[in-house]
Design a protein around this ligand. Sequence first.
Ligand code: IFM
Length: 477
Amino acid sequence: MTKLEFPPGFLWGAATAAFQVEGAAHQYGRKDSIWDKFARIPGAVIGGDNGDVACDQYHRYQDDVALMSDLNVQSYRFSTSWARVRPDGKSGKSGINQEGLDYYSRLVDSLLDNGITPWITLYHWDLPQALEDRGGWTNRDVAELFVEYAMTVYDTLGDRISTWTTLNEPWCSAFLGYTAGVHAPGRQDSTAGLVAGHHLLLAHGLAMAELRNAAPESNLGLTLNFTLADPVDPTDPRDVAAARQFESQHNSFFLDPLFRGQYPVDLMEALQQAGRFAPLDEAIHDGDLEIINAPIDALGVNYYHGEAVGHRPDPTAISTEAPVDRPTSSPFVLDEGMYVHSRGLPRTAQDWEIQPEGLRRLLVHLDKDYINGSNTRLYITENGAAFNDRVDDTGRVNDLDRLDYVKQHLVAVHEAIESGAPVDGYFAWSLLDNFEWAWGYGKRFGIVYVDFTTQERIIKASGRWYSQVSRENAVTV
Ligand code: IFM
């Protein structure tokens, strides 16, 4: 047995997001977000599930904080709901729902009382529906309104929180929400995804400037979801080009403006050739890229799996999109000649390939090609897996498959650190089984099991093991 020790001070956390766990969706002044409305569309969410009750964390946060304390969770990554804090998305003091802010204040106090560091995300996909009615992320005004919302949260919690993440996974907000239509608001317009993506980046940059000004010592940044696209046949230039195109539209569309102050040149040229560049070009105003390109302290890395990509379809490929009961489109604006292939790797209950070595390569690539000696630090802000958990006759959940998944990924993180990648923390996704978006409650990611009828929580075998990892700051393999 080998004990892989992590650097002193490495942060061990667990993550959730407001819409997935809070519930109290129509209480205490909160109004509809895009996900409330989307969940009412027949066939949009499996089983017609919604976020009305979720894990009821709004009412049970103290119990959940006690659970985290039992689990040696050092930091809780949670998000605030814009629809709870500024329910109508309106500007000015009158747009604030004080009850919503009070809830987050109580949650933060409870975390701090238990020695748990709050790690806040300001936007994890739940735009107030009132703003979607004004065009949502395709309307540039929403980026400005985001800053006001962010600073409203900061004015209340800034005295107690030192890590601020603006956005979680803008690729999903933009391209799953506005291009593919598998996520809220369910639009299917290829160029709307590009415009939404630019406005999300702008919202990040504008909020970063205000937060930096208000709290220069804080740890500021955002979280992206990454893939790692490998050509099916690395000797075939058509597969190499397809894999590069996949990564450009997934990772570089966000990374390049953030770290290099420009959108990826090859992607812009391809969009121009396809006649799809004009809406993005019009959305980019002078000075936007400088705003977006401001340095960040923390880049959140969400990693679940990579892809093998080829220029020809794979007849054996399995779709990993939620099998929703309504027509959807590709999330890729340019999807011709770009196909995901199966590699015969083991899979999770969501049919996502299990590919831990991809995480090591991803972290090393981010370090070498983007961080490049700057002060930005990396944190794994999400990693985990859905499996078909079962409560056994003794009342336990023996999720050895998840335990093994997390262990293998932690080994990959350790290897990346040994290769020099500046990784300072890991957050398990998720603390609790929760509302898995278009998949509903059927896909369980928690290290804690939730009985959605009784709201009983059961710490899974993976949770007990994770608690030991955090205590020892080491993984034994
Ligand atoms: O549940 C989601 C989370 O909200 C964002 N990242 C991926 C997770 C698993 O799909």
